[in-house]
Design a protein. Structure first.
Length: 75
């Protein structure tokens, strides 16, 4: 059974997002997909660093979703 995990972020540095991602990927259960939803403003200076870090995990079934504008925690 595939388990889906969602990490939401808003103006967080890539190191913090990666810590959350590693916590998920280090679980003993391995059939996991992860979506990182970045709700930071498009001009946030660390947004590209977060995107690059998440994309470096694409082989581990990790996907980056970046909103075009801030949509709030539930989007």
């Amino acid at each position: 059974m595939l388990v889906t995990a969602v990490i939401t972020t808003h103006k967080r540095p890539s190191e913090l997002v990666e810590r959350a991602l590693q916590s998920i990927l280090n679980q003993t259960y391995k059939d996991i997909e992860v979506f990182v939803v970045d709700d930071s403003p498009s001009d946030y200076e660390l947004r590209q660093a977060v995107k690059a870090m998440v994309e470096s995990y694409s082989e581990r079934n990790v996907t980056n979703i970046a909103h075009d504008k801030c949509m709030g925690a539930c989007a």
